[in-house]
Every structure is written in C-alpha cells, then in structure tokens.
Design a protein around this ligand. Structure first.
Ligand code: ADP
Ligand code: MG
Length: 572
C-alpha cells in the first residue's frame, strides 16, 4: 500500500514524497492508522523495517496546533545516536509544518543548549531515558500536557539498564495518554511494562524480514583465534572495498583492531561508547566524507549512526544476537546495490552459531576460504595495473619527458624506471601480506599422524563441585571439536577443575573450540594445564566405543552467542 492511500495531510504527503518513499513497509502499513486513531500499540518487527517512520509519521500528524509550546510527544531511544537520528527523521516529516518543533535531549551534550531548545517550545522531544529523567527532575522538561509517549527499541533500552528510568518517566506522564512501544524482541520484562503501563494495546507483529539482507552476499571464514586480525586484513586486501565497517563485540577489541589496521597503513578509525561525543562526531564525519575508509565499531555505538551503503561489512567477532547480525550487515547492500558481508569464526561452536544465524535470517551464508598470499598479491597487481592504465590515459606533466631524458642519459631504461616506481608504490603492500589459512573442519577430525605424538593436558574450570561426570566432559569435547572420543585420554575430575589428556598437535584447536562453551550449564574456560606434561608416543587411548558419549553433552544450545575464545583479545 502506498502512503497516499491512507489518511495523511497534504503537508505530510509532500514531505514523504520528497524523502522518496512511495510504498509503506509492512509495519508502517499496520501501525500508522492505529497510532493515528489514538490507541496504544505494541509493534514488533525486525531491525531495518522502517519503525521510525511507523511511529514518527503519525506522531507528527497528531501534533495539535492549538496547544503549542507544550511537549505533546515524548520519544525514548536507547542511545544518543538513535535519538539524534530519530529527531532528524521526524524533522524531515514535519518539514512543511512549521508548528511542529522537534528537540533532541541526550547525555554527553550541553545541558544549557538543550534547555534553551526546550524553552523555545518543542512539542516533540526525542531523548535517551537518563537525560530525559534529568530534565524532568530539573523541571526543564514538563510533561503535564503529554499526549503520547513512544518507546523505541524498548528491548535495547532494557538491555542497557534503563528500566528504572523508563518506569519512573512513565510514572510522571499524565495517565490519560497514548503509549506506543516498539521492539524487535519481546522478553518478559517488556511484557511487564506493557501490562503496567499500556491500556488495551493493539499488538502488531510483522514477519517480513529486514529489507536489506537479501541483496547481501554473505560468507564466513574459520581461522585460529590468534590469526583473526591477519585474516581480516587479508580479506580486506583481497576484496579491496572502497568503504567498509568492521564490527567487534568489545570496546577494547575496537581499539586494538583499529591500531593493528593503522599499523598496516589502512585509513581506519574506531568508534565506541567510551569515546567523547565530539570525538565520535568527528570520526563519523571523516568516514562519511571518505577521508577514512574503514570504520571499526561496537554494536551499541553503531546502532544509532546513520551509515548505509558501505561496500562491505566485516564481523570480526560473531555478534551475540541474531538481530545484531542483521543490523550489522544491513549497512551494506542498500538501495539496490549488492553488498558483501564477511564473518570471521574460530572454533567449531561458532560455526554452529553461524548456521543458526543463517537459519534465522533465512539466508545462505557460504563458507569461504581465505585467499593465499599469491592470490592476494595477484589481486593487488591487477588492481594496480588498472590504476596505472587509468593514469596513462590522463594528461601527464610536460616535465616528465625531460625527466625521462635525463634518466636515459644515465643509461636507465624506461622499463627500469617503471619497475622502480612500481616497487616503491606497492612493494610494502606486497611484502606485508600475512600468511593465514582457513581452518578446515572435517566431520571426523583425526590426530595428525605425522604429529609428534606428544600428549598434553588441558584444564577445564569445572569439577566435582559443579556435579561434573566424565561423560559430560567427553561429550562436550566431542561436540565442540568434532573429534572422535578416542582422541582424548585420561579425564581427571578434581573439586574445582578437570584435566583431560589431549594430543599436543590439537591442543590449540581444542582450547579454541571449547572456550566459553557450557558444560552442564557452566560456562567454561579452557587452557593448557600448567602441571606435569609428558610424552608418550605409544600411549593407547583406551576408549573403544565413544559413540555412547556423542549427543550426551550438555551444551546450552539456544541462540545466545558466545564470544570467541579468550586468547583472541590478547594476541594477533
Ligand atoms: P528500524 O527502526 O525498523 O530498524 P528504520 O526506521 O531505521 O528501521 O529504517 C530503516 C531504513 O529504511 C532507513 O534507511 C529508512 O530511511 C528506510 N525506510 C523506512 N521506511 C521506508 C519506506 N516506506 N520506503 C523506503 N525506505 C524506507
Ligand atoms: Mg529503529
């Protein structure tokens, strides 16, 4: 259905037309008429389905011209970026309605300026719960005439710990009001808010997936956790995206990776919640203007920023939530362009999680193989050749003829000159390509026969105290590594930890695969056992029938994502 088929004012239709929307998205089609009618609503749909317009358009339409100078609509958003973005969007809808005044209030920005703006008679206020609460307490934000309150990304606000603020704010606003709630997920905490603060809400749920995922070419790469940065760099070099975003799960990782990339000579900058607003704004400016080509970000920092149409998205860490995955990769492949999304994984558990993501997003995510050094070099050369041919077609400095003459007099040929200049330009790049390989998982991973046969022990931080039995441990090992049970030796269960004998050649892989998984409900940390280790080439692992153990493991399952193994945070 098109926007002009529903009851919207001429001013609104003109504004929508200018923005360039014609058809409504499903959530818009279903919610706009309900919100216009004044009823409470619970709107649930995936990220990227156009929720801002779904509540923003009716919010603007519902502003009453007569009751001016009073705050009529309050919109709560989880982050300052989201608040700013929603405010910007709403300003666009109200472009031809000078009586609608939108103001954004959020932390990390001058209180005075915000107070000044509020005093000028804002009737739609968009803000983060913390700062809104601040303004209410200072009485710089008066909500006595509020007609509707909108909670955008309610689940995310709760995740961020805004529950108390939200409940307090809801307690301040007039009882006779419209309460609108949008959320991608509906955990019980949201249901509680709904029950306590909404009045017979219309529930709207859309199944449409994000408009963005379909056009994106998605792949994943399995690497050892200490090789992730190199793997990322190789992928970036090989695919040479003009602009890209890299997502990490932690702020620390954003910093470390940005530094790593900068050392490689890439114009990369990071953005995360610990940075000052000014700093963030300046990074965003540089990225949007193309001065930097790679933006490294956490989910929370990126959630609000209005960046789309990047050539590639890299998931340095597997996101902790399916919705994050969609939101991340939605940064590429917009507006009919096809985008690329690459995800790095380490450990077999993460491969399973990736499969769950593929299922959730109903998309194909293919396993890719990292390009070899020579493939990367070849790609770089082809790229450079393109650039040189393009440059040859352009006008050259007249002085260069004279320069070539001088060099010829010194017996240097034109080829020599070309070689020297090319080496200078790309020599460093070519010499610095890291050598990383994808990890290949076989269904049944066997001990490398040519290994040295050395046995080591790994330490798993669960033991008798956690009601652990050997079959739990073995089941978890088999499940996480895909190795056969006979590859594992003696299992010693102590009070607080367990040691397992494993082949030295596989120990790194086993540790990566196991880390942060769950055994009997306990999240485990696995490391090399520091005690006695010994070599015994002829040791026979006495387990004859391991099939009993398979499937009896106690991994948590579900779709909560775990971070990669701990070691990735320390090393490159
Ligand atoms: P959500 O809040 O559901 O994650 P947004 O409101 O941020 O989604 O919208 C996602 C993208 O879709 C934005 O770039 C927005 O401009 C665009 N969009 C929203 N509604 C429409 C529409 N009816 N037609 C085309 N594009 C739209
Ligand atoms: Mg939104």
């Amino acid at each position: 259905m098109q926007f002009n088929e529903i009851q919207l004012s001429g001013e609104m239709l003109k504004a929508i037309d200018q923005i360039g929307y014609t058809d409504m998205t499903e959530i818009q089609e279903k919610s706009i008429p309900v919100i216009l009618s004044g009823r409470d609503i619970i709107g649930r749909s995936n990220t990227g389905t156009g929720k801002t317009a779904a509540f923003g358009i009716p919010a603007v339409e519902n502003i009453c011209r007569e009751n001016n100078g009073k705050v009529q609509t309050l919109i709560l958003c989880p982050t300052r970026e989201l608040a700013v973005q929603a405010a910007e969007e709403i300003k666009k809808y109200s472009r031809f309605m000078p009586w609608v005044k939108v103001s954004a209030v959020y932390g990390g920005s001058s209180m005075d300026r915000q107070i000044h703006e509020l005093k000028r008679g804002a009737n739609i206020v968009v803000g983060t719960p913390g700062r809104v609460m601040d303004h209410i307490r200072r009485r710089t934000l008066k909500l006595a005439d509020l007609q509707s309150i909108i909670l955008d990304e309610a689940d995310e606000m709760l995740n961020m710990g805004f529950r108390e603020d939200i409940e307090e704010i809801l307690g301040y606003v007039p009882e006779k009001r419209q309460t609108i709630l949008f959320s991608a997920t509906m955990p019980p905490e949201i249901m509680a808010i709904t029950e306590n603060f909404q009045n017979d809400p219309v529930v709207i749920k859309t199944l449409s997936k994000s408009r963005t995922v379909e056009a994106i070419d998605q792949s994943y790469y399995v690497v050892n956790s200490d090789k992730k940065a190199d793997a990322l760099y190789v992928l970036w070099l090989y695919n040479a995206p003009k602009s890209s975003m890299i997502f990490c799960n932690t702020k620390k990782m954003v910093d470390e990776l940005t530094e790593y990339l900068a050392e490689k000579g890439i114009r990369a900058e990071g953005i995360h919640g610990d940075m000052k607003q000014m700093q963030r704004t300046s990074v965003m400016k540089s990225f949007k203007s193309g001065r930097i080509s790679v933006l490294v970000a956490t989910d929370v920092a990126a959630r609000g920023i209005d960046v789309s149409g990047v050539d590639a998205v890299f998931n340095y860490d597997l996101p902790q939530d399916n919705e994050y995955y969609i939101h991340r990769i939605g940064r590429t492949g917009r507006a009919g362009k096809s985008g690329k999304a690459y995800t790095l994984l380490s450990g077999r558990k993460q491969v399973y999680s990736m499969k769950a993501v593929a299922k959730y997003t109903k998309s194909d995510i293919a396993e890719g193989k990292l390009p070899t050094r020579s493939e990367v070099a070849e790609a770089k050369l082809a790229d450079f050749a393109e650039k040189i041919s393009a440059a040859c077609k352009k006008e050259v400095l007249p002085e260069t003829d004279r320069l070539i003459e001088i060099l010829k007099e010194k017996n240097i040929s034109v080829e020599d000159i070309a070689r020297a200049l090319c080496s200078k330009r790309i020599g460093k790049d070519l010499n610095n390509i890291p050598d990383v390989q994808s990890v290949v998982y076989k269904t049944e991973r066997r001990i490398r026969r040519n290994g040295n046969g050395k046995i080591v022990k790994v330490n798993i931080n669960v033991g008798r105290k956690h009601k652990i039995a050997p079959n739990f441990i073995l089941g978890a090992l088999v499940d996480a590594t895909g190795m056969s049970g006979k590859n594992f030796g003696k299992i010693d269960i102590h009070d607080k930890y367990t040691t397992v004998e494993v082949p030295d050649a596989e120990s790194g892989f086993i540790i990566d695969s196991m880390n942060n998984s769950r055994i009997n409900g306990n999240k485990v940390t696995v490391k090399l056992y520091e005690g006695k280790s010994y070599s015994d080439k002829n040791r026979n692992y006495g387990r004859k029938n391991n099939s009993d153990y398979i499937g009896k493991n106690s991994f948590g399952g579900g779709n909560k994502y775990r971070r990669g193994s701990g070691s990735q945070k320390k090393r490159y």
